[in-house]
Design a protein. Structure first.
Length: 122
């Protein structure tokens, strides 16, 4: 279990806990760093999705609905479904990984975490 001092420690996983899950068919590990960082190296088995690569300027209902559809579609293309555990990471536990967690919680996913300390802690 991640640091119990956090308000919602269940949203974090440690590098040691992640290591025990790697290679399992029920885990989707998503590297949210820019593509060039992913290409330079990543945690084994990770797929790439730079969540800042998709953005929205017009937040009126129709464009917002289209944006959320695109995010959901790209996550599905990365193998995410409600039966899989999903862990997001980046350099450290920052905005990119947290954004991924937020999107999945918004879509109703119950089993999503951020790697505490990111790839820097790996």
């Amino acid at each position: 279990m991640a640091n119990e001092e956090y308000t919602r420690p269940e949203l974090l996983t440690t590098p040691a806990d992640l290591q025990t899950k790697l290679g399992g068919s029920s885990l989707i590990l998503i590297d949210t760093r820019p593509a060039e960082k992913f290409a330079q190296g990543h945690i084994p088995g990770a797929v790439h999705f730079d969540l800042f690569g998709l953005s929205l300027v017009d937040t009126s209902p129709a464009p917002l609905k289209a944006f959320m559809y695109m995010i959901n579609h790209v996550l599905e293309m990365r193998g995410v479904d409600l039966d899989k555990e999903v862990v997001f990471y980046e350099e450290n536990s920052g905005v990119r990984a947290a954004r991924g967690l937020w999107f999945l919680e918004y879509f109703g996913h119950q089993n999503v975490q951020v790697l505490d300390g990111g790839i820097d802690a790996w």
